[in-house]
Design a protein around this ligand. Structure first.
Ligand code: NOJ
Length: 517
């Protein structure tokens, strides 16, 4: 295992436990399932895993409704399974980052139950008011629900996810204790859910009229009354003090939907969080200028505070990038090229389980199988996020594709497309040139030649082509976003490409390549 600030250029693989590997045949993935597949992740060549929430939860929002932050839901296993997973990952040299959800608890959390039962101190840990305001839930509908005695409580997400009041010192102290609980167990870091949302405007001001309607509702904007309030930084300074008490180079990563790097970098000041997801890169369309702007904004924006960049193309909340980039053969070509672009950039990278197999979004999940509260709260008007959460195909010719053991009592919790027979790990392992081969090769070369450091643009004059040199290492990455073959710099040795070069040595359309200078 590398030491020092390993997270500055780590590749962190996102494991969505309910959809990764099901060890007990109930159709839902679990921690023993993850443990059994750790050798696959080691071979893939990643440095760490991030586990989405596995805590006791009614699963109103797939575990982002936490009822007990210090245990494991029986659906996923036991605390002993979590310990075993940590130990095995560490033996293999893989770090483990867990997900903490501080903006809200589950409505089944003992604090909220006590609040409903009339316990005043418990009620003061949430945001109860006599009247609701006009705020809307990210998942649709009002952000307020009325309780039996007439008061209303705030929930920026589902009604089963009441928001905590982070001005209450008991809330602050509880989460610092939860951090210690997992740090003592040996986790290597935390992914922090909704890191831009914990503090709200104290007067609960209405949303201003001049917000940009083009931006999704979960993204911060100037003047917003609940996203990206200045006071949120006090919380992160407190968390950093706790994390810094521990040896072992533990890391924090903010899920903060803040596209403006002048604001995002505030979360990454030296006494706050270590890293943040780069959603500006994730949302960039397939376009050289858009990629270049996202890259330049990121590197310029974060260098001011000395924080490393991170890069991400997919996660459990967004349409898989192979589909966003056009789907089918086009989306696949572009996804291959995007992987080489992302893995060549300086800083860390996040992979979402299944992207290394080239999985696409599953659009045709029957309505009655869908579970995302975003789908349920909008009566299906918003399709929700189930399509990127379909269980991983490991092997075999038909569902459950090795996700569940033979003879499993239940089918996978979301149906897998029959067409995934040629997208299984088993199939791709035996198919030279598959997406899995590309990711393995890229990760191995990256370990040898790339990582933290600098980037110099090598302007070639073709607006569809991105070309840059990475330092140190002197690897040149060329990305051709256009349809026609493009020239590559002369006299370089090809290390890897997402598609074969043309007989004339040009880079085909919608492809990327790495060269050694
Ligand atoms: C962000 C998480 O990634 C998402 O899955 C969840 O629904 C919301 N936060 C609410 O916790």
């Amino acid at each position: 295992m590398t030491t020092g600030q390993w997270w500055r250029d780590a590749v962190i693989y996102q494991v969505y436990p309910r959809s990764f590997a099901d060890s007990d045949g109930d159709g839902v993935g679990d921690l023993p399932g993850v443990l059994s597949r750790l050798p696959y992740l080691k071979d893939l060549g990643v440095d760490a895993i991030w586990l989405n929430p596995f805590y006791p939860s009614p699963q109103a929002d797939a575990g982002y409704d936490v009822a007990d932050h210090r245990d494991v839901d029986p659906l996923f296993g036991t605390l002993a399974d979590a310990d075993a997973l940590l130990a095995r990952a560490h033996e293999l040299g893989l770090r483990v980052v867990v997900d903490l959800v501080p903006n809200h608890t589950s409505s089944a959390h003992p604090w909220f139950r006590a609040a409903l039962a009339g316990d005043k101190a418990a009620r003061a840990r949430y945001l109860f008011r006599d009247q609701p305001n006009g705020w809307q839930s990210v998942f649709g509908g009002s952000a307020w629900t009325q309780v039996a005695d007439g008061q209303w409580y705030l929930h920026l997400f589902d009604a089963e996810q009441p928001d905590l009041d982070w001005t209450n010192p008991e809330v602050v102290a509880e989460f610092e204790s939860i951090l210690r609980f997992w740090l003592d167990r040996g986790v290597d870091g935390f992914r922090i859910d909704v890191a831009h949302g914990l503090r709200k405007d104290p007067a609960l001001r209405e949303l201003p009229d001049d917000l940009d309607p083009e931006l999704p509702v979960h993204v911060a904007q100037p003047g917003h009354p609940f996203w990206d309030q200045d006071e949120v930084h006090e919380i992160w300074r407190g968390w950093r003090r706790v994390v810094d008490e521990y040896a072992g180079d533990r890391v924090t990563v903010a899920e903060a939907w803040v596209y403006d790097f002048d604001r995002l970098r505030l979360y990454l000041r030296p006494d706050e969080l270590h890293t943040a997801f780069n959603f500006a890169f994730l949302v960039a369309p397939w376009d050289a200028a858009a990629f270049r702007k996202a890259i330049d904004d990121t590197l310029a924006g974060l260098s001011a505070v000395g924080a490393p960049a991170t890069w991400v193309l997919s996660n459990h909340d967004v349409v898989r990038h192979a589909s966003r980039y056009g789907g089918g053969a086009v989306g696949r070509r572009r996804a291959r090229a995007a992987a080489l672009l992302m893995l060549a950039l300086p800083g860390g990278a996040y992979l979402y389980q299944g992207e290394e197999l080239g999985l696409e979004e599953v659009f045709d999940i029957p309505d009655e199988k869908r579970q995302d509260p975003n789908f349920l709260r909008t009566g299906g008007a918003e399709r929700g996020r189930d399509g990127c959460r379909v269980p991983i195909p490991w092997s075999g010719q038909s569902p459950p594709f090795g996700f569940s053991p033979p003879g499993a009592a239940q089918p996978p919790w979301l149906p897998q497309p029959a067409s995934w027979a040629n997208r299984t790990v088993e199939a791709e392992q035996h198919e030279p040139g598959s997406m899995l081969w590309l990711y393995r090769a890229a990760l191995a070369l990256r370990r040898e030649h790339l990582g933290d450091g600098g980037l110099e643009w090598l302007d070639g004059g073709d607006p569809a082509v991105l070309c840059f040199r990475r330092t140190p290492g002197n690897v040149v990455c060329v990305v051709n976003t256009g349809p026609d073959p493009a020239a590559v710099p002369d006299g370089l040795t090809r290390l890897l490409s997402s598609a074969p070069l043309t007989p004339e040595g040009r880079l085909p359309g919608e492809a990327a390549a790495w060269f050694q200078e």
